[in-house]
Design a binder for this molecule. Structure first.
Ligand SMILES: [Zn+2]
Length: 196
């Protein structure tokens, strides 16, 4: 079954992913951790959560990579047949084709995709749109809060001074920390108000 667990920035999606993966690993099950190449926080293969949990992805998926081929390659490296449990962090950055592959691969395994539903302009990422179309289990990772204390539902890009940025490229990751992403409630996202 293909699962899509979506949540805003700051909802501890990655921490939940890593804890769920750990539970399967403890049972001795064959678990693979994948991530698309776009997110460059820390390093390309590190899966990093804000609460401090981290792990190394076994496969970094580049645009155009076949998920099926990458998983087969990984299974060969580890001298076993296949992966029964597959985790994907930052799944919004998957291509539509990769999500289609995951949906097809999910006939006989559990595939857990964690990611954002929408970008800072409130639009779907291609990967999220495909996951919302094809995943058989869709759940929200709640817990992210707006500065006002309400549930955060929207993602916001802010500059170093905390000013909301409303326009620009969908994917912009700045390792110099000139921009960052936060979750806001719908009202404060619409108003562009990132702090009191
Ligand atoms: Zn708010």
């Amino acid at each position: 079954m293909l699962h899509f667990y979506h949540g805003v920035m700051g909802s501890s999606k990655t921490a939940q992913l890593l804890m769920q993966r750990y539970n399967y690993q403890q049972l001795g099950l064959k678990v693979a951790l994948l991530k698309p190449a776009v997110d460059t926080r820390i390093s390309l293969s590190t899966v990093y959560s804000r609460v401090g949990l981290r792990a190394e992805a076994e496969v970094v998926l580049h645009p155009g990579d076949s998920v099926r081929e990458q998983l087969s390659w990984l299974a060969v490296q580890h001298a076993h047949n296949d992966y029964e449990y597959v985790f994907v962090d930052e799944a919004q950055f998957l291509s539509e084709e990769q999500v289609q592959e995951l949906a097809d691969l999910a006939d006989d395994r559990e595939i857990f995709c964690y990611g954002l539903k929408t970008d800072f302009m409130g639009q779907f990422f291609p990967g999220s749109a495909a996951l919302l179309r094809l995943a058989e289990d869709i759940q929200e990772v709640t817990g992210g809060l707006c500065w006002c204390g309400k549930k955060a539902t929207m993602n916001t890009r802010v500059d170093a001074e905390g000013n909301v940025i409303k326009h620009g490229e969908q994917v912009l990751i700045d390792n110099q920390q000139q921009i960052k992403y936060i979750g806001l409630c719908y009202k404060h996202w619409r108003e562009g108000k990132a702090h009191a």
